[in-house]
Design a protein around this ligand. Structure first.
Ligand code: HEM
Length: 169
Protein backbone atom coordinates (compact mmCIF):
# COMPACT_ATOMS: atom_id res chain seq x y z
CA UNK A 1 0.00 0.00 0.00
CA UNK A 2 1.32 3.46 -0.91
CA UNK A 3 1.44 5.27 2.40
CA UNK A 4 1.67 8.97 1.56
CA UNK A 5 -0.74 9.15 -1.37
CA UNK A 6 -3.86 8.01 0.53
CA UNK A 7 -3.14 10.56 3.26
CA UNK A 8 -2.81 13.32 0.64
CA UNK A 9 -6.06 12.05 -0.88
CA UNK A 10 -7.76 12.15 2.50
CA UNK A 11 -6.81 15.79 2.96
CA UNK A 12 -7.76 16.79 -0.59
CA UNK A 13 -11.14 15.01 -0.32
CA UNK A 14 -11.80 16.81 2.96
CA UNK A 15 -10.77 20.23 1.58
CA UNK A 16 -12.86 19.64 -1.52
CA UNK A 17 -15.89 19.07 0.71
CA UNK A 18 -15.16 22.09 2.90
CA UNK A 19 -14.71 24.33 -0.14
CA UNK A 20 -18.12 23.20 -1.38
CA UNK A 21 -19.70 23.68 2.07
CA UNK A 22 -18.01 26.75 3.58
CA UNK A 23 -20.47 26.69 6.49
CA UNK A 24 -18.84 23.43 7.60
CA UNK A 25 -15.41 25.07 7.32
CA UNK A 26 -16.69 27.90 9.58
CA UNK A 27 -18.20 25.43 12.03
CA UNK A 28 -14.97 23.43 12.30
CA UNK A 29 -12.87 26.57 12.62
CA UNK A 30 -15.02 27.67 15.54
CA UNK A 31 -15.27 24.22 17.11
CA UNK A 32 -11.94 22.41 16.58
CA UNK A 33 -13.15 19.53 18.76
CA UNK A 34 -15.22 18.48 15.70
CA UNK A 35 -12.16 18.14 13.44
CA UNK A 36 -11.69 14.50 14.38
CA UNK A 37 -15.30 13.76 13.34
CA UNK A 38 -14.73 15.59 10.03
CA UNK A 39 -11.64 13.48 9.27
CA UNK A 40 -13.53 10.29 10.15
CA UNK A 41 -16.56 11.23 8.07
CA UNK A 42 -14.31 12.04 5.09
CA UNK A 43 -12.72 8.60 5.41
CA UNK A 44 -16.22 7.09 5.20
CA UNK A 45 -17.88 9.44 2.74
CA UNK A 46 -15.07 9.86 0.20
CA UNK A 47 -12.72 6.94 0.89
CA UNK A 48 -9.12 7.65 -0.24
CA UNK A 49 -8.63 3.91 -0.81
CA UNK A 50 -11.63 2.52 -2.64
CA UNK A 51 -10.98 -1.18 -2.82
CA UNK A 52 -8.70 -4.04 -1.79
CA UNK A 53 -8.50 -7.46 -3.40
CA UNK A 54 -7.79 -11.01 -2.32
CA UNK A 55 -7.13 -14.35 -4.00
CA UNK A 56 -9.43 -17.14 -2.77
CA UNK A 57 -7.42 -20.00 -1.28
CA UNK A 58 -10.40 -22.41 -1.39
CA UNK A 59 -13.83 -22.76 -2.97
CA UNK A 60 -16.41 -20.90 -0.93
CA UNK A 61 -19.73 -19.13 -1.08
CA UNK A 62 -20.33 -15.55 0.03
CA UNK A 63 -23.85 -14.10 0.21
CA UNK A 64 -25.04 -16.65 -2.37
CA UNK A 65 -22.13 -15.93 -4.70
CA UNK A 66 -19.89 -18.90 -5.52
CA UNK A 67 -16.15 -18.15 -5.30
CA UNK A 68 -13.67 -20.67 -6.68
CA UNK A 69 -10.15 -21.29 -5.41
CA UNK A 70 -7.82 -18.91 -7.25
CA UNK A 71 -10.53 -16.33 -8.00
CA UNK A 72 -9.64 -12.70 -7.36
CA UNK A 73 -12.25 -11.01 -5.19
CA UNK A 74 -12.57 -7.25 -4.86
CA UNK A 75 -13.94 -5.67 -1.69
CA UNK A 76 -15.24 -2.23 -2.59
CA UNK A 77 -14.63 -0.37 0.67
CA UNK A 78 -16.06 2.91 -0.61
CA UNK A 79 -19.34 1.18 -1.44
CA UNK A 80 -19.58 -0.58 1.94
CA UNK A 81 -19.07 2.84 3.54
CA UNK A 82 -22.23 4.09 1.83
CA UNK A 83 -24.40 1.08 2.75
CA UNK A 84 -27.77 2.65 3.47
CA UNK A 85 -28.84 -0.39 5.51
CA UNK A 86 -25.98 0.35 7.88
CA UNK A 87 -25.65 4.14 7.78
CA UNK A 88 -28.58 6.51 8.16
CA UNK A 89 -28.49 9.06 5.31
CA UNK A 90 -25.40 7.28 4.00
CA UNK A 91 -24.92 9.74 1.14
CA UNK A 92 -24.77 12.73 3.48
CA UNK A 93 -21.59 14.10 5.06
CA UNK A 94 -22.49 14.34 8.77
CA UNK A 95 -20.28 15.70 11.52
CA UNK A 96 -22.67 14.19 14.07
CA UNK A 97 -22.55 10.62 12.69
CA UNK A 98 -21.02 9.47 15.94
CA UNK A 99 -19.74 6.10 14.74
CA UNK A 100 -16.34 5.01 13.48
CA UNK A 101 -16.95 1.73 11.71
CA UNK A 102 -16.08 2.54 8.11
CA UNK A 103 -13.92 0.13 6.10
CA UNK A 104 -11.41 2.60 4.68
CA UNK A 105 -8.39 1.22 6.56
CA UNK A 106 -9.28 -2.38 5.73
CA UNK A 107 -10.04 -5.14 8.23
CA UNK A 108 -8.35 -8.19 9.71
CA UNK A 109 -4.65 -9.01 9.82
CA UNK A 110 -3.78 -6.65 6.96
CA UNK A 111 -5.65 -3.63 8.35
CA UNK A 112 -3.72 -0.40 7.85
CA UNK A 113 -0.88 -0.01 10.31
CA UNK A 114 -0.56 3.68 9.40
CA UNK A 115 -4.16 4.62 10.29
CA UNK A 116 -3.32 6.57 13.49
CA UNK A 117 -0.57 8.49 11.64
CA UNK A 118 -2.87 9.32 8.70
CA UNK A 119 -5.60 10.53 11.07
CA UNK A 120 -3.13 12.66 13.03
CA UNK A 121 -1.56 14.18 9.90
CA UNK A 122 -4.97 15.13 8.48
CA UNK A 123 -6.01 16.68 11.80
CA UNK A 124 -2.77 18.68 12.18
CA UNK A 125 -2.90 19.85 8.56
CA UNK A 126 -6.48 21.03 8.90
CA UNK A 127 -5.82 22.81 12.21
CA UNK A 128 -2.85 24.56 10.58
CA UNK A 129 -5.01 25.67 7.66
CA UNK A 130 -7.64 27.03 10.06
CA UNK A 131 -4.98 29.18 11.75
CA UNK A 132 -3.78 30.49 8.42
CA UNK A 133 -6.99 30.95 6.44
CA UNK A 134 -10.34 32.45 7.33
CA UNK A 135 -12.35 31.19 4.37
CA UNK A 136 -12.04 28.61 1.65
CA UNK A 137 -14.02 28.03 -1.54
CA UNK A 138 -13.78 26.63 -5.04
CA UNK A 139 -12.63 29.35 -7.44
CA UNK A 140 -14.92 29.95 -10.40
CA UNK A 141 -14.00 27.97 -13.53
CA UNK A 142 -11.38 25.92 -11.67
CA UNK A 143 -10.42 22.79 -13.54
CA UNK A 144 -10.03 20.21 -10.81
CA UNK A 145 -8.78 16.81 -11.75
CA UNK A 146 -9.43 13.58 -9.85
CA UNK A 147 -6.70 10.96 -9.48
CA UNK A 148 -6.53 8.58 -12.43
CA UNK A 149 -7.03 5.44 -10.39
CA UNK A 150 -9.96 3.21 -9.52
CA UNK A 151 -8.29 2.29 -6.25
CA UNK A 152 -7.05 5.62 -4.91
CA UNK A 153 -9.60 8.39 -4.76
CA UNK A 154 -8.36 11.93 -4.36
CA UNK A 155 -7.24 14.83 -6.50
CA UNK A 156 -4.43 15.28 -8.94
CA UNK A 157 -5.27 19.01 -9.04
CA UNK A 158 -7.54 20.77 -6.58
CA UNK A 159 -7.78 24.54 -6.82
CA UNK A 160 -8.86 26.39 -3.70
CA UNK A 161 -9.48 30.07 -3.09
CA UNK A 162 -8.59 31.20 0.43
CA UNK A 163 -8.76 34.36 2.46
CA UNK A 164 -5.88 34.79 4.91
CA UNK A 165 -6.79 35.02 8.58
CA UNK A 166 -6.09 38.34 10.34
CA UNK A 167 -2.39 38.87 10.96
CA UNK A 168 -1.47 36.19 8.41
CA UNK A 169 -0.13 36.62 4.93
C1 HEM B 1 -5.75 7.89 4.70
C2 HEM B 1 -4.62 7.19 4.61
C3 HEM B 1 -4.55 5.70 4.43
C4 HEM B 1 -5.50 4.83 3.98
C5 HEM B 1 -6.94 5.13 3.54
C6 HEM B 1 -4.91 3.50 4.03
C7 HEM B 1 -5.60 2.34 3.68
C8 HEM B 1 -5.07 1.08 3.81
C9 HEM B 1 -5.80 -0.15 3.53
C10 HEM B 1 -7.24 -0.24 3.02
C11 HEM B 1 -4.98 -1.19 3.81
C12 HEM B 1 -5.32 -2.68 3.72
C13 HEM B 1 -4.82 -3.25 2.42
C14 HEM B 1 -5.32 -4.66 2.22
O1 HEM B 1 -6.02 -5.22 3.07
O2 HEM B 1 -5.01 -5.24 1.16
C15 HEM B 1 -3.70 -0.62 4.24
C16 HEM B 1 -2.60 -1.36 4.60
C17 HEM B 1 -1.39 -0.83 4.97
N1 HEM B 1 -1.11 0.51 5.19
FE1 HEM B 1 -2.38 2.05 4.89
N2 HEM B 1 -3.62 3.60 4.48
C18 HEM B 1 -3.36 4.93 4.75
C19 HEM B 1 -2.19 5.45 5.26
C20 HEM B 1 -1.08 4.74 5.62
C21 HEM B 1 0.11 5.29 6.22
C22 HEM B 1 0.32 6.75 6.58
C23 HEM B 1 0.98 4.25 6.37
C24 HEM B 1 2.37 4.20 6.94
C25 HEM B 1 3.01 5.24 7.44
C26 HEM B 1 0.32 3.04 5.90
C27 HEM B 1 0.87 1.79 5.89
C28 HEM B 1 0.20 0.63 5.57
C29 HEM B 1 0.80 -0.71 5.61
C30 HEM B 1 2.23 -1.04 5.99
C31 HEM B 1 -0.20 -1.61 5.24
C32 HEM B 1 -0.10 -3.14 5.12
C33 HEM B 1 -0.50 -3.79 6.42
C34 HEM B 1 -0.41 -5.31 6.28
O3 HEM B 1 -0.52 -5.84 5.17
O4 HEM B 1 -0.26 -5.96 7.31
N3 HEM B 1 -0.93 3.38 5.45
N4 HEM B 1 -3.80 0.75 4.25
Amino acid sequence: MLATKPTTNLLSNLLNHLAAYPETWDELREKPDKVEAAVEETLRFDAPVHWVNRKATADTEFHGQKVKEGDIVYAILGSANRDSEHYKNADEFRLDRGRVDHHTFGRGIHACIGAPLARMEARFALEGLFRRYKTICHPEHAENERTHSSMLRGFHHLWLEVEPAKGRI
